[in-house]
Design a protein around this ligand. Sequence first.
Ligand code: ZN
Ligand code: ZN
Length: 628
Amino acid sequence: MIIGKSLPRSPNFVRSRLLSLIQECETMREARQIQSHLITAGMSDDVFLASRLLFFCAVSDAGNLDYATLLFRRIGDPNLFLWNTMIRGHAIKRRSGEESNPTNAISLYKQLLAAGFLPDECTFPFVLKSCGKVLALETGRNVHGHIVKTGLLRCNAHVANALLSFYASCGDLERARKAFDEIPVPDVVSQNVMIGGYLRMGALDMAKQLFAGMSERNLVTWNTMITGFVQAGRGREALEFFHEMQRSARFDPDKITLASLISACSRLGALDQGKWIHNYMQKRGVPMDVVIETALVDMYAKCGCIKRSLEVFREMNYKDVLAWTAMINGLAVHGQGEEALDVFKQMLVEGKCKPNQVTFTGVLCACTHSGLVAEGRQYFQTMRSIYSIEPQPQHYACMVDLLGRAGLFGEAELLISNMPVEPDVFVWGALLGGCKMHGNLELGETVAQRLLSLEPLNHAFYVQLSNLYAKANRFEDAKKLRTTMKDKGIKKIPGCSLIEVDGLVHEFSVHVSHDPLMEEIKIVLEKVTRELKLAGYVPDVKEVLLEIDDNEKEQSLLQHSERLALAFGLMKTEAGSPIRIIKNLRICSDCHVAFKFISKIFKREVIVRDCKRFHHFEGGHCSCKDYW
Ligand code: ZN
Ligand code: ZN
């Protein structure tokens, strides 16, 4: 900054020099220097210069709100432009990371009114944005009233959209819709805001309806739809929107679209589509960052391709704690406990980031799925002693799971009794799982009763208790339990399995299946079952609760969603290629046995992701070594 001693004396020259300095100002350091020049030149009361400098400090990315406030207070009689600048400064989030301060923006708005100013089209959008952020519905409605008085609503799209957006972020869909309907010609921005509001409130079909009727769509429209549907767990439709967007060929997906889509593929286990998106990014040279790469690591792991997941992970230039954690978790659910712990150790050796709570959940989960009791104990200890992370219920649940599976019930119970918070259903559920595994009926009964008192309508706990009774040949008790379930009207969560064939995700469940191929699938299943029996497979009917005779129970096993999906996979994929299935519940023990046989007889690798972990069936064995 060249200014100072050599400055000529003419006030006009000084003023225009200072003005151009303000216009070129890029850092707060320069802004502070300019302010001291203003003072030494005796121009600190020049409202125009002060307001330009204030604008830089309050609104620009390099600005600083505290300093802006200081400048604002120095100005004796601020005009509307200055008030608006301050409100805007508090309402926005800066790229420098400085957070917005909506409460201050609202309070400035009230001061502005008290000072007798009439707010204008530059005031309203930012005060409404702030009201929406802190859900200040009452204040926002007052602002709505002020806007009506100014008559801006009908002629200013910014103001109308801001009002709509405010009601949508407060979850007041009725008022949002009213504001929307009052806009004479809603533009694509208004429609996007309305769609976003619907999606946030879970009114997905309303969003779809509005979307369908849009004559013009932009990238934000597509992103809003895709992201909204992914977040609502309706990934299949999200992918369909993406294909539609591709067909319309007017937009290329950006990073937001791609990240949402990768996450949809992870949930659905849609490996082919996930790979396609990865290829697309490579071909188009979409710049990678740690967020996208971590999403890919997670996607490949969740789609059963742990090798590819590791490759992406190893190629990453920069890894943050989320990236390490995604890799540890991925290996853990694939039962590669030792490898997961190796990655964890490597993270500690590199020392660039510290493990957090989620990392430890992954580490303990790795120990659990691989039965590494000593390691689990040690890591659980170090959480607190080395990393000062207080173990949470989910960490206790992992430990109880680990100890319960190893039959160390005394230690598990001691751990639970020492918990600083009340154990939740996951902790007790883990203990019940151990009891079932080791046929510990005595403890199992007590634990199950506890679970049922916590969640009296949870079907899974009844099933587990009933299995426990069946294992101990206490069929009378199992029967009683069934009656209780019927009386209480407890319904099973329907099992649902997904399989991707030729880039399309197909969904199977016991009762509802709209697949026209259902008859064909059933014929294949019967053929498969005949071959299984010849190979020595005996259906395990213990897990079937409600049926009467064994024959009927067997039929019921045949309709399990994972079986239907597998049969479909056998029909529709090339001989020898792996079959990947995602199930919403745990795979049942009978299907587990059957899939081992199938992997051997049909020489197919079968990869099942259930709600707990992965099972890789190959040559008659499962990667879980039946330890699940
Ligand atoms: Zn099954
Ligand atoms: Zn298994």
